[in-house]
Write a protein that binds this ligand. Sequence first.
Ligand code: C2E
Ligand code: MG
Ligand code: MG
Ligand code: MG
Length: 291
Amino acid sequence: HAKANGKARYEIYDARMHADTVTHMRVENDLRRAIERKEFQLYYQPILSLASNRITGFEALIRWQHPERGLMAPAEFISIAEETGLITPMGQWALREACSKLSQWQRHGLGSVPLTVNLNLSGKEFTPALLQQIKELLQEMDIAPGTLRLEITESTIMGEPESSAFLLHQLKAMGIGLQIDDFGTGYSSLSYLHQFPIDALKIDRSFVSMMSIDRENLEIIKTIVNLAHNLGMDVIAEGVEKPEELRILKQLGCEYAQGFLISRPIEADSVATLIGREADPDNHLHAGSLR
Ligand code: C2E
Ligand code: MG
Ligand code: MG
Ligand code: MG
């Protein structure tokens, strides 16, 4: 009986592996086509400055408008793009697209200070080739210094600390803002942190969502805020969903907040409307009630 069971389990396992392989291959084929046909789109999630209560920038988040499967989130395709190397052309597209929107918004004078845009980078995209691309884009487009920001994870940096330090210093010299994404979730070597020219730490959503529930998570956030400030870095809290969380973050001296409480990621075309609405003295967006 046990043997039969074992066999059945084996078959299920095989079938699932087969299904995974098929899905993987389909996504890979579709991704190649998506790059040629430009099926990607960047959404932009507002970042709120807690000092001014204003939206001062956006994080660009990629979406794939799949012809049959509809709008797909990065979790469904980023890892396959990384494995197949397709992350390179995809990332190049995203970088150019984000810079072009940023330049356009700044030319139109949106916002009370020059708007900023954050772009996420996978480890695979963090190479010397990136430096050249960014240099060319900055020459080609009119972007205020310091307003393009790159988000990298701890594991990207700590995986290859020496080459990362080189790249980070070059980017910094070009006036690119540098932030560590999902801070607290990677294997971070705190002793390394001060050796990199990092401008800000983004506290991972998992800590923020637990902070009003348990004491320990609140202590972790306090510790990250203090660490960042002692190293001269800003702090951005991700995944803020409750007014209570926003209130505590302000109290702790966190500089920026991002999350569904403030706004979900929106399409590029809605950015001007959002910023315009924000400038309207009659609206009450900043009570923390901006959806
Ligand atoms: P991330 O950079 O940590 O981005 C934050 C994720 O949390 C986004 O998911 C965002 O939509 C979501 N989020 C924001 N506020 C809230 C909230 O209040 N509650 C909840 N539940 N979620 C919130 P998204 O857009 O699905 O992106 C997932 C990840 O994919 C990103 O995590 C980033 O690592 C990666 N990614 C996104 N765009 C790009 C890109 O252009 N290039 C690369 N290489 N990676 C990207
Ligand atoms: Mg990010
Ligand atoms: Mg993040
Ligand atoms: Mg995160």
